[in-house]
Design a protein around this ligand. Structure first.
Ligand code: SF4
Ligand code: SF4
Ligand code: SF4
Length: 367
């Protein structure tokens, strides 16, 4: 089979598509993996996942407005899984955050204007990309975070800021921000977080009109975002802005292949047949205890397709799903024609055609 034909064939199987919650999350946190860790009591692994995915984990895990709920497969069966409350439990009940990984600097300097959530998320993304990041903001930096929610105490805000500083972020007074016309002399790119009124004032001449995809402003190399009311969307703008800065610095297109940066509908299919309705674990004011978190995580359906596998002893025996098998068979045939697992797999299929009838996309192992 030709490679192109194989890819087209493989794409019919949606088993490896992201779960509904992950595709709908503006920062694409894998809620399915999170629930799998929490239900096994592996809060440390769950916390690592949160730290890896969220640019300001201590803050976002406590205040996310959880737009993923709308997409959760459990929504009609008792209610969406309380992912926000689970994330909060992981950062509050799990071990303390690890020190930042010190990424070697790549010689590029990026300015971040503002001290709000969006700007700090952009700064966090910037140091993860190896940029030297300078944040120009008001002197009382913790205040911008504590103002977001009573759940963000002064101690939490200071911990978050200290983590950024340890990671290499340099905080400077807003008064030291060079005029926008001179920004490109001192910095290779810049991002303005428009959830901070001071940043709005400082960049007003450039940010009156911002492209919604690239977050470009009227000043080349200056990107801006974060004006949305939703906290998680402000954070996502910080990430998008830093991705645009990266593309700008690499001379790459600011627009191509960005459809899946924000929320998008997944192609995954998960049947709810046989799932029973169950109410979410009520979220107490002080957040879930570890036991309550485990109970809620157990409500997660760990969404996947596997419809054909449920009805096929042959696929169960080979422990996989058609997309994986198609890849293995193709690799096996193209590398060596000997007696290999894939050959046994091919010979074991009885060509009954059941998978094709069951699959929502008509994937046929017989083909
Ligand atoms: S049931 Fe679990 S995996 Fe499925 S969408 Fe909801 S949180 Fe995500
Ligand atoms: S609660 Fe927020 S961060 Fe977590 S998965 Fe949902 S949208 Fe993403
Ligand atoms: S039914 Fe089988 S082949 Fe079809 S999408 Fe689901 S796992 Fe893939």
């Amino acid at each position: 089979m030709e490679k192109a034909r194989l890819l087209e064939f493989e794409s019919k199987c949606v088993q490896e598509e992201p779960p509904y919650c992950q595709a709908a999350c503006p920062l694409h946190l894998d809620g399915r993996a999170l629930c799998a860790f929490v239900r096994e009591g592996r809060l440390e692994d769950a916390r690592k996942l949160i730290e890896k995915t969220l640019p300001l984990p201590e803050t976002l895990a406590r205040i996310c407005d959880a737009p993923c709920r709308e997409a959760c497969r459990r929504r009609e069966l008792g209610g969406a899984v309380e992912l926000g409350a689970l994330e909060r439990a992981c950062v509050e009940r799990g071990p303390l955050r690890r020190a930042p990984l010190l990424i070697p600097k790549n010689g590029k300097k990026v300015a971040v204007v503002g001290g709000g959530l969006s700007a700090l998320c952009a700064a966090s993304e910037g140091i993860r990309k190896g940029y030297s990041v300078a944040v120009f903001c008001a002197e009382d930096r913790a205040a911008a975070l504590t103002a977001l929610s009573p759940l963000i105490t002064d101690e939490i805000a200071r911990r978050e800021l200290a983590w950024l500083e340890k990671g290499g972020v340099l905080f400077l007074p807003l008064e030291d921000l060079p005029p926008l016309s001179e920004l490109s002399v001192r910095f290779d790119a810049a991002y303005a977080g428009l959830d901070d009124p001071l940043a709005v004032c400082a960049t007003a001449e450039a940010t009156a009109s911002v492209n919604p995809v690239s977050l470009e402003t009227s000043v080349g190399g200056l990107f801006a975002g974060g004006a949305a009311p939703s906290f998680i969307l402000r954070a996502a703008d910080g990430r998008r802005g830093m991705k645009s800065a990266e593309r700008f610095l690499q001379g790459a297109s600011l627009f191509s292949s960005r459809e899946k940066e924000g929320p998008y509908p997944t192609r995954l299919f998960t049947s709810t047949e046989g799932m029973t309705s169950a109410e979410p674990e009520a979220v107490p004011q002080e957040g879930y205890s570890s036991e309550e978190a485990v109970k809620e995580a157990k409500r997660c359906a760990l969404c996947e397709c596997m419809e054909c596998v449920k009805h096929c002893a042959y696929m169960q025996y080979y422990k996989g799903h058609p997309k994986k098998f198609a890849r293995e068979i193709y690799n096996n045939l193209s590398v060596i024609q000997g007696t290999r697992l894939a050959n046994g797999m091919i010979n074991s299929c009885t060509l009954c055609g059941r998978c094709e009838r069951i699959c929502p996309n008509g994937f046929s192992m017989a083909d």
